[in-house]
Design a protein around this ligand. Sequence first.
Ligand code: PLP
Length: 384
Amino acid sequence: MIYETLGVTPIINAAGTNTRLSGGMMAPEVTAAMAEAATACVDIVALQAAASRVIAEITGAEAGIVTSGASAALLLGAAACLARLDTAAMDALPDAGERRDFVMARSQRNMYDRALRVPGGRIVEVGIPDRFSGAGVRDASAAEIAAAIGPRTAGLFWVAQPWSEPSLPELSRVAREAGVPLLVDAAAQLPPSGNLRRFIAEGADLVCFSGGKAIGGPQSSGILAGRRDLVCSALLQMLDLDLPEPQFRLPPEFAGNAAPPRLPQHGIGRSCKAGKEEIVGLLVALRRFVAESDADRTARLCAVLERVRAAAGVGEIADGAVPLLLLRPRDARAAEAVLRSERIHVGQGRLREGLLVVNPLALAERDLERLGAALGRVMRDAPG
Ligand SMILES: *Cc1c(COP(=O)(O)O)cnc(C)c1O
């Protein structure tokens, strides 16, 4: 295998599609499409226009582009909120001027929101998330967010999780009344596949998804979908624009009522580019993802976990959009370390509760027996 020629030993990834562990694996149909895409050249704007048509059909958004990941989509989405279709503003980023605040609930802060600061945004936190500290019941309210909006506000930011407050419909009402765009990080909110449409339907102006997580696309791919003028701004700030200006044509997929009066320089999002192979791979993976029903996907993933559980002789399958296998060894941290020393990576998110989590998304057929046997072993003789 190619990794062995490089002196790198493959791992068993039972932790899910983490970037740290190289994401998941792609279906043969996806890798075949990528290999074919690599054998011919195209106009990259025409390919992004084709991507926009597919993304619009599947998400219900006006337009969309493929980026180098959800983090890149966040960066580009923020850049679009900051500069809109103002070419001088695009050229000035990351110097965003006065209007550069992204207002968000303090409880939703996370390490990925760095992407909003890269193009020049500033994060304004609202609310005291008492319900997480255990000292109270409140989070941020829509009214508190509304009160924080002013002339410096470039956009609102919402991180999609089932427990996020205020709700997206409440926040989108605030955004509409204030006339500011609403950007949503939904990187890992798939499945259920209905979430591809849900956030747009609930009023988001821009939504980011990871292509390398459950969609099963290339690890370095992502989707930015939403309002045509904002997606257009994002595209212009990502493209290689090294051509004589009169030769540039914006495809109708991205041209709203207002195309920029002149072409910007290479944008703040130039490093977010997706190659033709990634764009094609993402589109094929996206079509496959929506072709499988959530019920079929859950049943398929449960069957994977069932085989691991049978080989381990222990464990409990927890239902969810992505079902998980949970194990409670005597000492979860010690057991996790033993597995890791054997190049087996399990989910670490619930070690505090004493649980090992097996996520089926990045498991290969060849992993199941060995994973199950190793889990059975640490459950029998983990130290502690
Ligand atoms: C995974 C993730 C990202 C980053 O996605 P990439 O496609 O790896 O860039 C951003 N935000 C959240 C909430 C995520 O879970």
